[in-house]
Every structure is written in C-alpha cells, then in structure tokens.
Design a protein around this ligand. Structure first.
Ligand code: 6PG
Length: 506
C-alpha cells in the first residue's frame, strides 16, 4: 500500500504533525536520522490507536529506515513535509532527497521557522529537482498535535495538491462566534468550523507573515510581562494575585492564549521550594531570531515597528544581568515605587493601557506586512491572515475577530488604527494608557513596549513632527537640502548656513 505523505524530522513539531495527519485519515510515512525518534512516533501512534480508535487495526504511521525507503512508499507525485531546524538542515535534507531519487513533480514542504528570503531562494534553487513549497506553522506542540495555524506559500499547483490535508489538520474556528473550537483528544479531530489555513501567496510570503506573527508574539509577551512587573514590583501584588488579575482580564477584551498561560505560569508553585515558580525562574530571556528578523525587516523597509523592536531589546537587556546588577548600585531612581491613589482603579487603567498597546503593536505588524507585500508584489489578504490567527497559533486572541472584520470592511486599510472600532477604542482609553506609562516612568519601572506603543500612537496622530528641525540640521551640516511647506513637493532647497545664509533652489 502507498502512503499519502512523508514526514521528515520527528522532533516535537514533526512527531505531533505526523500524529495529527494520521488522526485525519491520511497515511503517513515517517523518518528521522535518529531511529529512536522514529520508534517513539510509531509507538505513540500504536498506543493512541489502541486506546482511542479500537476499530482501526492497521498502523497509520510507517516508520522508515532511510529516505529511499520513504520515497518508495509514497503515492506520486509525492508530498514530503520537512520539520527540521531552520537554516543548513533544510538544505541538508533537500540534498539527501535528491540523492535518494526524488522526482521533479514531488513536493517538499518546509514547515520550520525559515528566514523568508531563504525560502524564496530555495524555490529557485531546487526548481529542477522538485517543487519546493513552504508552510509556516504556529501553535507549538499542542497546536501541531490538535490543530495549528498554517501559513502556506509557493506554487499554486503544490497548494492544490496539499490543501485538503492542510484544511483537515488545521485548527478550527466557529464560523458564527469567531472563537476556537478546542478538542484535545487523540483520534478525534475537529472537523467542523473554519480551518486556520489559507494560501498566503508566492514563495516566501508565508514565512514573512509567520515572521511578523512572531514579532507580534514577542511584543505581546513583553507587554504582559511589563504589566506583571508594574503590578508585582509596583503595587506589591504577589505572583498569584497578578495571576488572578490576568485571569480576570482574560475574560474581557484582552482575552488571549498568551494572557491565559501567563496567569497559569504566575499561579504555579515551585515543586522544589514551594515559592512561586516564576520567582525561581532566572530573568534572562532566550530567543531564536524571528523577532529580531521582524525588527530588522521593519528598519530595512522603513516601516515603524518600535514595539516589536523594543520587545527584542527587552530580551537583550534581560540577558545582561551582571551589568544590571552593577548599575543598580550606581544609578539612582525614584525614592518610592509607584504611587497610585486607588489600587483597583489603577489595575483597570492598566488593563485599558494594555489593550491600547496591543492594538498598536498589531497595527505595526500589519502595516509591516502591507509594506513588504507592496515591495514584493504579493497580494496579501489581511482579513484572511487575521482569520487564520484566531485559533491554533500563539497570538490567538478574541480581538483578532475585530481585526478580521476591520479588513473585511476595508481590505485596503492603510493602518489598523484607522478602523472605526480601533480608532474609537483607543481614543476612549488613551488617557488610561498615559496614566500607565507615566506611573511606570515616575516609579522607575521600565515599560519599553507599553511606552513605545503609545509613542507610535502619538506619532501617527501628529500632523506636525519635529522632522522640520531635523531636515534643518541635515541641511546645516551636510547640505542635504529640504522641501518647503509653501512650495510644491519635490522642490529642494539649501541654505548657505556657514556663509551668506542665502537660500538656493537646488
Ligand atoms: C509559534 C512560535 C514558535 C517559536 C517559539 C520560540 O508560533 O508556534 O512562534 O514558532 O519558535 O515561540 O520563539 P523564540 O525562541 O524566539 O522565543
């Protein structure tokens, strides 16, 4: 018998994707360089089948010993899903597949967090050997197992071939409510609802969209962390009390997966000492690079995404613990921590501030995707992108439904802040946002993301910015010229600052 799809790389993501595909009645051939991982995947399939699917007796996953064996077991044109670390390993497997006899109409799908430009290059490089396709995956281990958000891009022929599998394995959203349909049981996939996958566009676009998803993820996480520090260090709430506040916030407009897990993390006691676990976790943040790529891309293309960049910097500052310890002895701050008149009132203001900052950072991410799409000639459908982020992915949040609706009403929306619902929401809540930022500043508690999000909001609502003085400075030292407010755009002027101070049209 022939198998529907080959999964190469059986780490956490690969194994769970393979099991998810098998649950959706597709037959999987699986391979990993580490034979133990192959065995582990096959055994897990068997255990789950015996427990949950008693009527099925045949194994749904075949463990392969090598790539040649895998290729011989697959239906043609073959579909191969790669779940290996981004970078050199992807090319390593592609090379091995060529050696093993892959054919030109076979499809190889990279599901890792690859750099989008690498994906563009790979589609070209392997075009004679096979169809290189990509599909960015969000949702971590549980998402991969029971329904991730999938961002496929590349040739439409390849997409048409894999679309039914992708729709089956993706997370599902209730079409009426826009909320995730969650079911975490092996052998029993969610079949109703709207699947969180859509064809994003040409090669690289899916990975770009996932990269921006991750940039937003970095900012969203950091925003929640800043709120935690304000409540814990500032107001003196215990970790568990902050967890309670987050649980309450999670019932309202801040409802999101990241808020939910943050509450859970804060309420967890350390199994070793009994102290709040969060206080036993070293405050040095790791990163694998996708947030950094987002910030770099925003700088390269000239699209402001300050909150995403600040989130990357916040992780960097966190790693410099010994410098922070030294400077703590040298630099003074306010004598008292934050001062608030009424604790509950401040908590409510912070909730509004967090909502505003979150909208601001999503606005930055969507604007970045729009600018890059224009540059690359991609036709990105932002309503669809917001839709497939409503479930399965790490940044899933109730308010993605409002983003979906905003783009459904106006697909050309230049900036999310222009959508009625967000313009009104932020205008109503901006006062509380300012209280949160100023309280943090006066209390000496860093809140780089909440503040930079506000600076973004204020910059975009400013008709006049001090760039006039900046242009004057540039013209002064470098004769870089400036345009005049009373002359047609594009007309350049220079003043002879160091001599006769005459004005010249250049
Ligand atoms: C997802 C996540 C995932 C990412 C991790 C780790 O959407 O499932 O974005 O792809 O790799 O969250 O990212 P960092 O190690 O950079 O925090």
């Amino acid at each position: 018998q022939l198998y529907d799809i080959g999964v190469i790389g059986l780490g956490v993501m690969g194994k769970n994707l393979a099991l998810n595909i098998a649950d959706n009645q597709y037959k999987v051939a699986a391979f990993d360089l580490d034979a133990h991982k192959v065995q582990d995947t096959v055994q897990q399939e068997e255990r789950e089948r015996k427990q949950y699917l008693k009527q099925i007796t045949e194994p749904r996953i075949l463990g392969c010993n090598n790539l040649s064996e895998m290729l011989s077991k697959l239906e043609k044109p073959r579909v191969l899903l790669l779940s290996v670390p981004a970078g050199a390993p992807v090319d390593g497997v592609c090379k091995s597949l060529i050696e093993a006899g892959i054919e030109s109409d076979d499809i190889v799908i990279d599901t890792g967090n690859s750099l989008w430009t690498d994906t563009v290059e790979r589609e070209q490089r392997y075009s004679k050997d096979f169809a290189f396709f990509s599909c960015a995956v969000s949702g971590g281990e549980v998402g991969a197992r029971f329904g991730p958000s999938l961002m496929p891009s590349g040739s439409l022929t390849a997409w048409n071939r894999i679309e039914p599998i992708w729709q089956a394995i993706a997370a599902k959203v209730d079409a009426k409510t826009g909320l995730p349909i969650e079911r975490f049981e092996p052998g029993n996939p969610v079949i109703e609802g709207e699947p969180c996958t859509t064809y994003i566009g040409p090669a690289g676009s899916g990975h770009y969209v996932k990269m921006v998803h991750n940039g937003i993820e970095y900012a969203d996480m950091q925003l929640i962390c800043e709120a935690y520090q304000l409540l814990h260090q500032g107001l003196g709430l215990t970790a568990a009390e902050v967890g309670d506040v987050f649980e309450r916030w999670n019932q309202g407009s801040l409802n999101s997966y990241l808020m939910e897990i943050s509450a859970d993390v804060l309420k967890q006691a350390d199994p070793l000492t009994g102290a709040p676990l969060v206080e036993m976790i070293l405050d040095k943040a790791g990163q694998k690079g996708t947030g950094l790529w987002t910030a770099v891309s925003s700088l390269q293309i000239g699209c402001p995404a300050p909150t995403i960049a600040e989130a990357v910097y916040a992780r960097a500052v966190s790693t410099q613990k010994s410098q922070r310890q030294q400077l703590n002895q040298l630099l003074s701050g306010p004598s008292e921590s934050i001062k608030v008149e009424e604790q509950q009132a401040f908590i409510n203001q912070l909730e509004n501030a967090l909502y505003c900052a979150k909208v601001s950072c999503y606005a930055q991410g969507f604007q970045l995707m729009a600018m890059q799409a224009k540059e690359q000639g991609w036709q990105l459908d932002f309503a669809e992108i917001a839709k497939i982020w409503r479930a399965g992915c790490i940044i899933r949040a109730t308010f993605l439904q409002s983003i979906t609706q905003a783009y459904q009403q106006d697909s050309e929306l230049e900036n999310l802040l222009m959508a009625d619902t967000f313009a009104k929401g932020l205008s109503d809540k901006q006062h509380d946002w300012r209280i949160a930022v100023s309280t943090a500043a006066m209390g000496g508690i860093p809140a780089p993301c909440i503040s930079s999000a506000l600076a973004y909001y204020d910059s975009y609502r400013s008709v006049t910015l001090p760039a006039n003085l900046l242009q004057g400075q540039r013209d002064y030292f470098g004769a870089h010229t400036f345009e005049r407010t009373d002359r047609p755009a594009g007309e350049k002027y220079h003043l002879n600052w160091s001599s006769d101070r005459c004005l010249h049209k250049v």
